[in-house]
Design a protein around this ligand. Sequence first.
Ligand SMILES: Cc1cc2nc3c(=O)[nH]c(=O)nc-3n(C[C@H](O)[C@H](O)[C@H](O)COP(=O)(O)OP(=O)(O)OC[C@H]3O[C@@H](n4cnc5c(N)ncnc54)[C@H](O)[C@@H]3O)c2cc1C
Length: 578
Amino acid sequence: MDLHHRNDEIIETDILIIGGGTAGCLAAVEAKEINPALSVTIMEKAHVDRSGCLAGGMNAINAYLNPGETPESFVKYVRFDSCGLIREDLVKSMAELFEYSVKKVEKWGLPILSDEKGNYLPRGRWNIKINGESLKPIIAKAAKQSGTKILNWVVGTNFIVQGNRVLGAVGFSIRHGRMYIVKAKATIIATGGAAGIYKPNNMHDAQHKTWYSPFNNGAGYAMGIRAGAEMTSFEMRYVALRTKDAIAPTGTIALGVNAPQVNAKGEKFMQTKYAHLGGDGAPTPYRAYAPIMEIKEGRGPVYLDTRHITEKQASDLKAAFLDMYPSQVLYWTANEIDPSKEPVEVQTTEPYIVGGHCQGGYWIDVNRKTTLEGLYAAGDVAGGAPFKFVSGCWAEAVIAARDAAATVQKVSFGDIDPAWIEKEAERVYRPLLNYRNKPEQGVLPYDMEVRLQKIMDEYAGGVSTYYEMNEERLLIARKQLAKIPSQFEYLVANDLHQLMKAHEIIDRVIVARVLVEHLLYRKETRWPSYQTRMDYPDRDDDHWLKFVNSRVNLENGEIEMLTRPYEQLVPGDRYKPR
Ligand SMILES: Cc1cc2nc3c(=O)[nH]c(=O)nc-3n(C[C@H](O)[C@H](O)[C@H](O)COP(=O)(O)OP(=O)(O)OC[C@H]3O[C@@H](n4cnc5c(N)ncnc54)[C@H](O)[C@@H]3O)c2cc1C
């Protein structure tokens, strides 16, 4: 790599979408359908055919308005499930587009299970069943056929910014190393959430066997943080209850065959200790918190009790996992486990930042505009709207694309400062040059990742401390994390794949630093397990029924905290599901 003879590729596009996953592909198709004359470009670090959370397939659409439900009843449920604090405007606008986006993907070829009258088969109150093993190739095909230009294997590294306006983004190819400079009239960030911030349950050569896509490293958050975008609710981390070791989603079992959680003594603890919160239907953070407490207090392991199911149901269960999480079936087979004869052991994962399950992400308006001009956010990278899942990501993508398609008619391309491009090129390729110049002196991305994950695990509420934290521990995390950025300039990469890993860890550290500030700032416990403050163990609506937001001050680089008020749009008791 010669920094001065790089052979950059410069592209001009009306709309740039960074991240060609669930939301990114839907946004591209919507924009092209609205106006086929628009040029739309997707920048995707992997290959759109099998990238992001949908890569392994899916067996249910988790957010849908089944008969009798309305956008308002959905808001009530999500508000209850998120312990009383959500952006009701965002959640409602998303629910209004569930049907539109699901029908669209069905038309592209997604098999949705239905009865003889053609009604979708529900799974619980908000889910519908699908045969979604090929969901990602189906939506990728639609994006390709829409005429969108797709840059596969190009890792987005930074927005191009002028003042408060985003003028596009830059990235590099992990195939040939070329730098891409994409000028855009509107940019949609859709890079998903962040895995790999905390030490995972599975270590060593299984370290990247995480529940959330390990390639979603929080790059979109980091790009926004560096550009001064306002972020919200990082402290509402996501801790998932998953099958032990295989880490498959448990909704397939809990909802699919009505399997309650039981502890080692066979006690249905949700139905006794958490009956006042709804038992097995308690808010999701409590459904993770309860088993953590059972294990902490010596009553583990914890299981989903499947011993009542028939052989046929066990076989259907396996078929459902083959549509989404085939490794669960391999795990059962290899370990000679028959779920109709023995219960399925479950365990909570390390915490993630996922705007689609929780609400950490960009602070956006109802059109999905961020606080940076010309930049939209959709899907797991966007904040304020939990319980998004796949269909909510589609809905947000549609909303962002509609607004972007209308806006680009009125704006022109901005002027890009060549000196900034040179500086970014130096930042992006430095690990490669470091390796060439003094390979033995550098810091390996893996080593930095282990360092980050250890700090976050021990001081910022990871699995080893049962997700618990207090001010003193968080202050140590803050202090130790502050030392890492001075090491960025010593990172080494011996090839383009390593270069991607180097930028993944840089971005993770930036996200972790903002996360710790959020965890320090909220002085209550609103979402036990997601955010258990031992020094402020109770929910405190008088002081904390509001959003905790952050923004980097670009003058001095400090992370500044602020709050935004909660607005209740749908009347009713915020702590009841109906
Ligand atoms: C294991 C698992 C199972 C799930 N099961 C269900 C289910 O059954 N039903 C349901 O409704 N929901 C389910 N979900 C949730 C749902 O899949 C996600 O909420 C949704 O797919 C997120 O969409 P997204 O577009 O925000 O992110 P993704 O679909 O993950 O897309 C993000 C894209 O950005 C790319 N990217 C990341 N960084 C960069 C970068 N720097 N430059 C360029 N590209 C980048 C990634 O490669 C990826 O393609 C599941 C999630 C997981 C992880």
